[in-house]
Design a protein around this ligand. Structure first.
Ligand code: ADP
Length: 269
């Protein structure tokens, strides 16, 4: 494993990551206090007794509670069917829990209105195993798209895309078509796209599933770099080698429940 990862300190957080509630109504302030009251490290993600039951008997997520604080890098592991994707879909508000509360930066996201969702989702970037890039578009266009949709002006788009492309190490490939890229480069584009709105949280859902071991480590290094700059990283993965080498917090799920939560964990099924 590279020195860079070893040197990384868990609480190395840039000031820019200070979480501020976007709203200042008294209700939201109350929620903010609640979320930070019981921990010295500022809590950003707080699942409280969350259950998701799909029609039928199966509880995909079964009464789980956990908190993730500012600056953390957390692996989420567990066998297929354990409930990891359901948990992620609730965090991105693609699904609502059947019961329980989910606070993100002090706001209960289960009560967000449809009109709030685009703003909320800008604060939660996500990347996938299959990259989900726009075909027939360049690296620049793939990254710029997320900003265009948000109504950002062209000058700001150019500036932001240049900066984020540099962070992910793709400046020289900015004009390349997405289908010409290697797997590692594609994942870098998808990371850049996930970061354009400067999210508080980056969810990586099996990000290295399609990559060879060397490229896998390059992408993990990049996730560490982003984490060091203040973004929480939640890494759902089946890659035992990666999880064991990370020496970071590991939350293990099975049958919808959290069966392990270790600060310097290993991948144990
Ligand atoms: P994982 O991501 O850990 O593989 P999932 O969250 O996909 O687990 O699934 C957890 C359980 O919930 C499984 O039993 C799965 O079949 C069930 N499940 C997931 N999504 C749905 C759905 N949309 N409708 C019904 N059951 C679902």
């Amino acid at each position: 494993m590279s020195e860079d990862i070893n040197k990384n300190k868990q609480n190395e957080v840039s000031e820019s990551a200070t979480i501020k509630s976007e709203r200042s109504s008294s209700g939201d302030q109350k929620e903010s206090k609640k979320a930070s009251a019981d921990n010295t490290k500022q809590i950003v993600i707080d699942f409280e007794r969350v259950t998701k039951q799909y029609p039928g008997e199966i509880k995909a997520v079964d009464n789980i509670s956990f908190k993730i604080g500012i600056g953390e890098f957390v692996s989420l592991v567990g066998p297929s069917g354990a409930g990891k994707s359901t948990l992620i879909r609730m965090l991105t508000r693609e699904e609502l829990p059947s019961s329980g509360r989910i606070y993100v930066a002090g706001r209960d996201i289960t009560t967000l209105l449809p009109r709030d969702l685009p703003y909320y989702r800008r604060k939660v970037g996500i990347i996938f195993q299959d990259f989900k890039l726009l075909p027939k578009k360049t690296v620049f266009e793939n990254i710029a798209f997320a900003l265009e949709v948000a109504g950002v002006d062209n000058a700001s788009i150019n500036e932001r895309v240049a900066k984020i492309t540099e962070i992910v190490g793709l400046t020289k490939r900015i004009k390349a078509m997405s289908e010409e890229l290697s797997g590692g480069e594609k994942q870098r584009v998808s990371i850049a796209r996930a970061l354009v709105h400067n999210p508080k949280i980056l969810i990586a859902d099996e990000p290295t599933g399609n990559l060879d071991p060397v490229t896998t480590w390059e992408i993990i290094e990049l996730l560490f770099k982003i984490n060091r700059q203040g973004t929480i990283v939640l890494l759902a993965t089946h890659d035992k080698e990666v999880v064991d080498a990370l020496q970071r917090r590991v939350i293990t799920m099975r049958d919808g429940k959290i069966v392990g939560d270790a600060q310097h964990g290993k991948y144990i099924l």
